[in-house]
Design a binder for this molecule. Structure first.
Ligand code: COA
Ligand code: ZN
Length: 316
């Protein structure tokens, strides 16, 4: 535990990365992942220097069976890693109460920017989803929890196509007014391109302080890192990413893996921006996830990162 980078001294990193692999990455996997394995994955992430993790979701176990052990995950991880920022996705008040009962200190509500995506994801329309997200944020504040609010399909919706920027801004402002501590703009299906990311995030950055604005990217079309760079240019310093690039919403057709944490960390390092995360130790988490899922994982950089590690080991 004392090995956690969360407990190492040092200046705050330039980028804050929330690794969402334990939730976004595992929620849609065909093979059942044990609670022990989830806790171990989070331990490896913390050891690599990740300071913020989205550990699980308190959703209907009928909708997402893989997240049925959410309470156990939260209880065990909060005990083992008290300094780790641990977030949990909740779709409604019932999810919030479950998260609170398990001892979660942070929740994230999920509001999609279109009517159809809300219907498919959480079985309510846009107006109802907005109201439920507001109620959940207000109740979370009463309970003293930290909060994030996702605005999902914030660029393109698999059902309704390109999403209007004003709609995204409006929903983000509604969530801020309801007390959200951080707004997470999500390209849920990985359909955005760098020019749109720069334009939309720049527009949002006019209304939302940099320490309250995050971006959540998927790498479906191979533009994840380019989109992250565009967000950086727009002033964004908070990113969601997923170790090994695993991820995707089960209710959004075409949602392939998330932007891989290792790709984002490498890009940041090479641009002189600190993340506090060790790439070599992150590879241990990639390899552990591979052992769980029985297939090769990793972002676009991982083959090169593994070769570099081999060279370094051979030279040592
Ligand atoms: N956690 C666990 N169970 C929940 C729950 C939650 N947060 N919210 C509702 N339920 C239960 C209800 O208690 C009820 O149980 P019962 O059938 O035993 O009485 C059942 O689920 C139906 O409740 P209802 O409020 O009618 O929900 P619904 O069927 O309209 O489903 C959601 C709404 C939000 C619960 C469901 O769509 C969901 O969990 N979606 C998950 C979406 C997701 O994880 N997407 C990926 C990440 S973005
Ligand atoms: Zn996602």
């Amino acid at each position: 535990m004392s090995h956690d980078a969360t407990e190492r001294a040092g200046a705050a990193p330039a980028l804050t990365i929330t690794d969402v692999a334990p939730r976004d990455g595992l929620q849609n996997q065909a093979v059942a992942i044990s609670t022990d394995a989830k806790v171990e994955l989070i331990r490896l992430l913390a050891r690599a220097g990740v300071r913020s993790v989205e550990a699980t979701s308190f959703v209907s176990p009928k909708a997402v069976p893989q997240m049925a052990d959410a309470s156990d995950v939260v209880q065990r991880v909060s005990r083992q890693h008290p300094a780790l920022r641990l977030s949990t996705l909740v779709p409604n008040l019932k999810g919030l109460e479950r998260a609170h009962a398990a001892g979660a200190a942070e929740i994230a509500v999920v509001l999609s920017a279109t009517e159809t995506m809300n219907q498919r994801n959480i079985n309510m329309g846009l107006a109802a989803a907005t109201a439920v997200s507001e109620q959940t944020l207000l109740r979370a504040a009463e309970l003293g929890l930290r909060t994030r609010a996702y605005v999902a399909v914030a660029f393109e919706c698999p059902f309704e196509g390109v999403v209007n920027a004003d709609t995204v801004l409006d929903l983000a402002c509604r969530m801020l007014e309801a007390g959200a501590g951080e707004i997470v703009i999500a390209d849920t299906i990985g359909a955005a391109a760098p020019a749109a990311v720069k334009a939309r995030m720049s527009m949002l950055a006019q209304a939302i302080a940099p320490d309250m604005l995050a971006v959540h990217l998927h790498d479906t079309r191979g533009l994840g890192v380019a989109n992250a760079w565009a967000a950086l240019e727009a002033g964004v310093r908070r990113f969601d990413a997923s170790v090994g690039g695993i991820g995707g919403c089960p209710f959004a057709p075409g949602a392939a893996g998330n932007l891989a944490t290792e790709d984002l960390v490498l890009m940041a390092e090479q641009c002189g921006l600190t993340t506090g995360i060790s790439l070599d130790e992150l590879l241990d988490a990639v390899e552990f996830a591979e052992s769980l899922l029985g297939r090769q994982l990793g972002g676009r950089s991982s083959a090169w990162l593994r070769r570099r590690r081999e060279r370094q080991r051979a030279a040592a």
